[in-house]
Write a protein that binds this ligand. Structure first.
Ligand code: BYC
Length: 332
């Protein structure tokens, strides 16, 4: 790779954005772009990992073997999403351990949505339907985000999210054909998750400090309010098909705008939740901290193993042989 001057780098970066090409990790990029990407990718990765908790809590209590297998697979997918995303952040020079420390010390955010409790099994279905549905609306445009590793990770993540959304909807459809108590559970879960799902898209456009720059850099392709509206328009017919009522008396079709109007979001609640004051913030972070501490020995063992392998490879290279020819020690 040839060294480029800052002026050349800046010109190439501007052209890359202008022509809708991808910025790759070794390319020159403004410090602000690097910082913004690390912030967004880390927050996204943390959300996937913390997001394993609310649904994970139901794995042992899923009502059948089939539901347990589906839920296990979904929660494992979220772990995979977190791992791709931490890897994408590492391509920008971030250190995974440092990002985790920032999360557990409250210096980096994760999605507000995971600070609410999952009270019944219907919550598992509603998370799939509404939370994964909102995530898809937000993340499909990110497949065209300007940073290559993030955009590519999003393609795979969105495919899996789409399966997650359908499993949630199918679970709810099944419950809605069950007993009156089951239908009530679905309605109750919908009432509790609807407004927090709308908050997932972030603050309103006139109060979103990062949007203008992130849109100019084509990290974000649509504003928070545009995506929120898209989600509402997509979800209302799904609620009708399911037979549940969305808990918003102001929700109605606006023929002039060709969109659904909806009521005012409680932004004070949103601010409280993202500043650590949501119903489950403390528990989510305490759980994450415990998992990090309990996993320390695994990370140490993996690092020792990797160092041993690297040593074996170096030894093999010095002796002019391939690592596989070193017997058990070298190939381990
Ligand atoms: N929660 O200027 P803004 C999933 C913060 S995982 C918490 O609009 P930006 C799933 C924002 O970070 C879904 N914080 O910011 C997993 C900023 O704070 P800082 C996760 C929020 O970045 C498991 C400040 O508020 N998805 O789907 O332009 C199971 C001002 O906001 C939130 C992603 O992370 C929030 N909801 O836009 C099931 C998607 N909203 O950092 C499902 C990727 C805003 O300046 N991220 N904040 O202190 C994005 O698309 C954008 O970062 C956002 C925010 C739209 C979220």
């Amino acid at each position: 790779m040839s060294a480029v001057s800052a002026a050349d780098g800046e010109r190439v970066f501007a052209e890359t954005i202008e022509k809708d090409l991808r910025v790759e990790p070794r390319d020159w990029m403004p410090d602000g772009y690097r910082k913004t990407m690390i912030r967004q990718i880390a927050q996204h990765a943390h959300s996937e990992i913390i997001g394993m908790q609310p649904e994970g809590a139901w794995i042992t209590r899923a009502p059948s073997l089939r539901r347990k297998a589906i839920l296990l697979a979904k929660v494992q997918d979220e772990a995979g999403h977190g791992l791709y995303l931490y890897s994408a952040a590492e391509t920008l020079g971030a250190d995974r351990g440092d990002l985790t420390r920032r999360l557990i010390e409250g210096r980096q955010k994760y999605s507000s949505i995971f600070n609410y409790p999952t009270l019944t099994f219907a919550d598992v279905g509603v998370i799939g339907w509404l939370v994964d549905g909102a995530a898809i609306c937000n993340q499909v445009p990110l497949c065209r985000s300007s940073f290559g590793p993030y955009a590519r990770a999003m393609i795979r993540i969105c495919k899996e999210e789409s399966f997650h959304q359908r499993q949630g909807y199918e679970l709810l459809m099944t419950m809605m054909t069950g007993t009156p108590e089951q239908r009530e559970m679905v309605q109750d879960a919908t009432n509790r998750w609807w407004w927090p799902s709308l908050m997932m898209f972030g603050p309103p456009d006139n109060d979103s400090p990062n949007s203008a720059q992130s849109m100019a850099w084509k990290i974000k392709r649509h504003s928070n309010d545009e995506l929120r509206q898209r989600f509402v328009d997509m979800t209302v017919p799904q609620a009708e098909a399911l037979g549940v009522t969305l808990p918003d008396p102001e929700l109605r079709w606006n023929a002039e705008r060709e969109h659904y109007d909806f009521g005012e979001i409680d932004w004070a609640e949103f601010k409280r939740v993202i500043s650590g004051g949501g119903p489950m913030n403390e528990q989510r972070i305490a759980h994450r901290r415990r998992a990090d501490e309990e996993g320390a020995w695994v990370r140490e063992a993996a690092a020792a193993h990797a160092a041993k392998q690297a040593g074996a490879r170096a030894g093999a290279a010095a002796a002019g042989a391939r690592p596989g020819e070193q017997g058990e020690g070298g190939a381990a």
